[in-house]
Design a protein around this ligand. Structure first.
Ligand code: NI
Length: 133
């Protein structure tokens, strides 16, 4: 892929924000930071437009909670076509960390994530929204 150069005019305060981002996110240079921001916007747009996207649903829960594992697995089976893989880690005696890699229409993935994250007994849940590349 060829790289094109172009000039960017920014207010001093905006440039300072960009440089702060470069430092915080450990980007090698400003170009990489700008590329990151553009791609982030592209991904957000794909999710808003209900395009084919990918993501990861992360769940933390106590497996002793009544039926939670079973209810979660049932919901996952109902949407098996959206699920690429499931990684289950036993964090300690009580807590489990589950990472569910998903791919499909943005709205379907959001609905599945909301259903799993909203289940009674889930301590923490997040949907990480990314793209298929
Ligand atoms: Ni476990």
């Amino acid at each position: 892929m060829s790289v094109k150069r172009f000039g960017v005019s920014l207010q001093e305060s905006t440039l300072r924000r960009l440089d702060r981002l470069v430092k915080e996110k450990q980007f090698p240079n400003r170009s990489q930071a700008i590329r990151f921001l553009i791609e982030k916007n592209v991904v957000e747009q794909k999710w808003e437009d209900n395009r084919e996207v990918a993501g990861a649903i992360v769940l933390v829960y106590d497996h002793h909670k009544r039926n939670l594992s079973e209810r979660s697995v049932n919901a996952q089976h109902e949407h098996h076509k959206l699920i690429l893989s499931v990684q289950h880690v036993h964090l300690d005696h009580d807590n489990c960390l589950e990472t569910i890699a998903v791919k499909g229409k943005a709205k379907e993935l959001t609905r599945l994530a909301d259903r799993l994250i909203g289940m009674k007994g889930i301590k923490h849940g997040e949907l990480l929204m990314t793209e298929t590349g």
